[in-house]
Design a protein. Structure first.
Length: 78
């Protein structure tokens, strides 16, 4: 599914009052974590977290600097 369809799905879920949760591949899927949030997901599920450090890395991907390492993504920019 492309980014436009995913964004529309998240908007439909939100319009119904529900929250959208996206499962990403794993802690190495930094782009997937950030893009899911950028497109409108309310949260991400990151499987295979086994240590406190891996949990910190996953959370860091969800927060913008200086609190984290999330980058900015503009899906509609051309």
């Amino acid at each position: 599914m492309g980014y436009e369809k995913l964004s529309a799905c998240y908007a439909r879920v939100a319009s119904g009052g529900a929250k959208s949760m996206v499962r990403v591949a794993d802690i190495q899927d930094r782009a997937g974590i950030q893009q899911a949030l950028d497109l409108g997901a309310d949260g991400v599920l990151v499987p295979y977290i086994n240590t406190a450090e891996e949990a910190r890395q996953a959370v860091s991907c969800t927060k913008y600097p200086t609190a984290g390492t999330r980058s900015v993504y503009f899906p509609n920019a051309r």
